[in-house]
Write a protein of this length. Structure first.
Length: 148
């Protein structure tokens, strides 16, 4: 049995792409609003996260603890350059750039980070859920390895 090649979405996929774009924004809005229940409703269980802190597989209870007790909170976000591939009709891989504004929990001040993110969404029944999210800092101009 041969597997289908991942493909960009077709016109027939436009509704799915719009739905997934809205879900990705809804998840980010849940982070800003500290709306843990909404975020949990959008996550597979278990799910995976890859960041500068390493990789972690987590269940919903662990996500709740991370969201309630993590040292950083998301204050704002702006997503650009969104792209989607659909390896299967029930799997979508989304990449984008995001400018995220964070603060240390309970402290004044903000940190602005430019990141490139990827999310893998899977359809479970009639709902899409995020199974994997990755985030990588974008190099700031003048800070690349060749500048040393």
């Amino acid at each position: 049995m041969t597997q289908a090649e991942p493909r960009p979405p077709t016109d027939a996929d436009a509704d799915v792409v719009e739905t997934l774009t809205q879900l990705e924004h809804r998840f980010w809005r849940a982070l800003v609003d500290e709306d843990i229940d909404t975020a949990l409703g959008l996550l597979c269980e278990p799910a995976l996260l890859v960041s500068t802190h390493g990789s972690v597989q987590f269940d919903h209870a662990t996500y709740r603890r991370m969201a309630e007790q993590g040292p950083m909170v998301v204050k704002d976000f702006q997503i650009t350059d969104l792209q989607v591939l659909m390896p299967t009709p029930d799997t979508a891989v989304m990449t984008y750039c995001v400018v995220q504004t964070l603060s240390v929990r309970g402290e004044p001040g903000e940190i602005v980070q430019r990141m490139t993110d990827a999310s893998t969404w899977v359809r479970q029944g009639d709902r899409w859920r995020c199974a994997l999210h990755t985030e990588t800092p974008l190099d700031e101009p003048g800070r690349g390895e060749s500048d040393s």
